[in-house]
Ligand binder design. Structure first.
Ligand code: ZN
Length: 257
């Protein structure tokens, strides 16, 4: 299960943790971008950097109990000792880090599958109780967006797991197909230039279903025009609403593709 254990990584143990704990808390951090092509050495370097950062703010070091990268590889943090990841709940929960910026990127399918496997493995080892609650950091601290708008929808998918499951959570998740998608409906004349540019780049749709599905897969969708914005409002994932006055920011984003 573990690509590297706590002791192999040289991470300090926290205080005593009374196990099994009945809650798993999922986190993100907004350091440098991460992706599934990272090597083990790069992932270890990232864990080391977070360890150094947490020491620099006066903690014992790496504050999460475990860490799951987009590759699906799992690194142990403090393991079965007390973490430092969520105020007021460190002595009664298991903190897992998904590195990278959760307001920009969702989880990869490998990452979801590995996160599910990790929970089952921790249950088997007596660290997490069956019937545990799966929570995002933001559920316990309203001042946080952690684990971010794109990763948060996975939190509920990782609830209710038990060692007897078939472990196919990851298969249900499809990757976002577009780096960004422009969904326009009722766009006004001022937005027309952005729509033309999106069509030219092949990232345009007028299909509300496609826009919705893309958001659910963690894609970034720009809604252009009032009706489009209304169709997408209320969806759990983040989206950017582009009114006539914000067409230039959309054009800028398109020019970076
Ligand atoms: Zn957090």
């Amino acid at each position: 299960m573990l690509t590297r254990s706590r002791s192999e990584l040289g991470i300090a143990r926290g205080g005593g943790l009374s196990t099994p704990v009945d809650m798993v808390v999922w986190h993100t951090e907004d350091g440098a971008p991460v992706d599934a092509s990272m090597s083990v050495a790069q992932e270890v370097a990232r864990v080391d950097a977070i360890d150094a950062w947490h020491k620099s703010i006066g903690w014992r070091g790496f504050g999460y109990n475990d860490c799951v990268f987009p590759s699906g590889r799992v690194y142990e943090g403090r393991g079965d000792s007390q973490g430092a990841h969520v105020a007021g709940h460190n002595d009664s929960s298991w903190g897992v880090l998904w590195p990278g910026d959760g307001n920009r990127h969702g989880l990869t399918s490998q990452q979801v599958a590995a996160s599910g496997d990790l929970v089952r493995w921790r249950i088997e080892r007596g660290h997490v109780s069956e019937g545990y609650r799966s929570r995002g950091h933001r559920d316990l601290d309203a001042s946080k967006s952690c684990p971010g708008t794109h990763k948060y929808p996975s939190v509920s998918k990782l609830s209710g797991l038990s060692p007897g499951d078939d472990g196919d959570e990851g298969e249900e998740i499809e990757e976002a197909r577009f780096e960004m998608l422009v969904y326009a409906e009722g766009a006004d004349e001022l937005s027309a230039a952005a729509v033309v540019a999106a069509k030219r780049e092949g990232v345009f749709t007028s299909d509300a279903e496609q826009a919705r599905a893309e958001i659910e897969r963690g894609g970034k969708v720009f809604a252009v025009g009032g009706p489009a914005a209304e169709t997408l409002s209320g969806l759990p994932s983040s989206r950017k609403l582009v009114g006539a006055d914000r067409v230039s920011s959309l054009s800028k984003a398109l020019s970076k593709l």
